[in-house]
Write a protein that binds this ligand. Structure first.
Ligand SMILES: Nc1ncnc2c1ncn2[C@@H]1O[C@H](COP(=O)(O)OP(=O)(O)O)[C@@H](O)[C@H]1O
Ligand SMILES: [Mg+2]
Length: 288
């Protein structure tokens, strides 16, 4: 097993030009992950970055609905029919690209070695073509989806001001860090009544993290609760395009500027996403 991981590492070569892989996660469902994913992606694309979004929400792969696009094939087809990844990349709104999740997405988390090899080869292709790869994850975390979350260069943890969402976000943070203490995590507080409220919640999570988990995390930004989001979702047009000057879109622009600045200063990690992902895969295989 170990040899295979080593061979794969050699085949992939050094991390050349590599996209930054970012997993968007939450403890509780319905907190706004998918809207954050799509609109952050659009905002980054508007400032010149090449961004692709992968729908990895097993229970509710619904990004196509949110963006008003139809996909011919999805990520499960990629693995099961050994398609080339470029065959399943769709054009989303606002110059972003997109790969659909589809039904049976749970099978993506149970790859055999041959499928795994094909999958990582295909991932490598987009890894070299984009600046950012966003993974829209389901709420919570399973043993399998964890592999994607902890392999990502960064996790954006989304919460709302609701106490249940905050508690679940913290539980999620704890779980991720238990598996992989080195994971870089940033928090986004969505649907805040005002900036002060959002920042206070962010600070509380940061404090709990330093005190009880010995981990510094960043508060990436806060986004207002805005009725525009509902209207935009209903019309299947992401809010950054539907209402670019609304409070939530202005908030998102600010957040994406902060995010971009942060990733430009990205410290070079020894391993990239695919290397880490492979390491977890072979570890899991070995444990079988
Ligand atoms: N900033 C916001 N302001 C108002 N409503 C929001 C906001 N963000 C999300 N919502 C509402 O929450 C719903 C769920 O958002 P979604 O992105 O699908 O969440 P998730 O992907 O976490 O399940 C949206 O359809 C929208 O009605
Ligand atoms: Mg979602």
């Amino acid at each position: 097993m170990h040899d295979q991981a080593e061979m794969l590492r050699k085949r992939l070569g050094d991390d050349k030009k590599q996209a930054k892989v970012c997993a968007i996660a939450s403890g509780k469902g319905g907190v706004g992950k998918s809207n954050v994913t799509v609109n952050l992606a659009i905002s980054l694309a508007q400032s010149g970055s090449r961004v692709i979004v992968l729908d990895l929400d097993i229970g509710m792969a619904n990004l196509d609905i949110l963006m008003g696009v139809h996909s011919k094939a999805n990520i499960v087809d990629l693995v099961e029919q050994e398609l080339s990844i470029l065959e399943i990349v769709e054009n989303g709104p606002g110059k972003i690209n997109y790969i659909a999740g589809g039904n049976g997405l749970n099978r993506l988390f149970q790859l055999n070695e041959r499928q795994f090899e094909h999958f990582t080869e295909q991932l490598q292709v987009i890894h070299e073509l984009y600046d950012y790869i966003f993974l829209d994850m389901g709420a919570g975390v399973s043993k399998d989806s964890l592999q994607f979350i902890t392999a990502a260069d960064e996790v954006l943890l989304v919460t709302t001001p609701e106490p249940t969402a905050i508690t679940d976000a913290y539980a999620m943070l704890k779980f991720i860090l238990k598996q992989e203490p080195a994971t870089k995590v940033s928090v986004i507080v969505n649907r805040v009544e005002n900036t002060t409220e959002g920042r206070e919640i962010g600070k509380r999570i940061q404090l709990a993290s330093t005190q009880f988990l010995q981990k510094e995390i960043q508060l990436l930004g806060v986004l207002p609760d805005d009725e525009v989001v509902f209207k935009a979702v209903k019309q299947q047009i992401p809010y950054m395009i539907h209402s670019p000057s609304s409070p939530v879109s202005r908030g998102m622009k600010q957040l994406s500027d902060t995010y971009k600045k942060g990733s430009e200063m990205k410290e070079m990690q020894e391993e990239g996403f695919i290397q880490r992902f492979s390491r977890y895969f072979f570890r899991k295989q070995g444990a079988k």
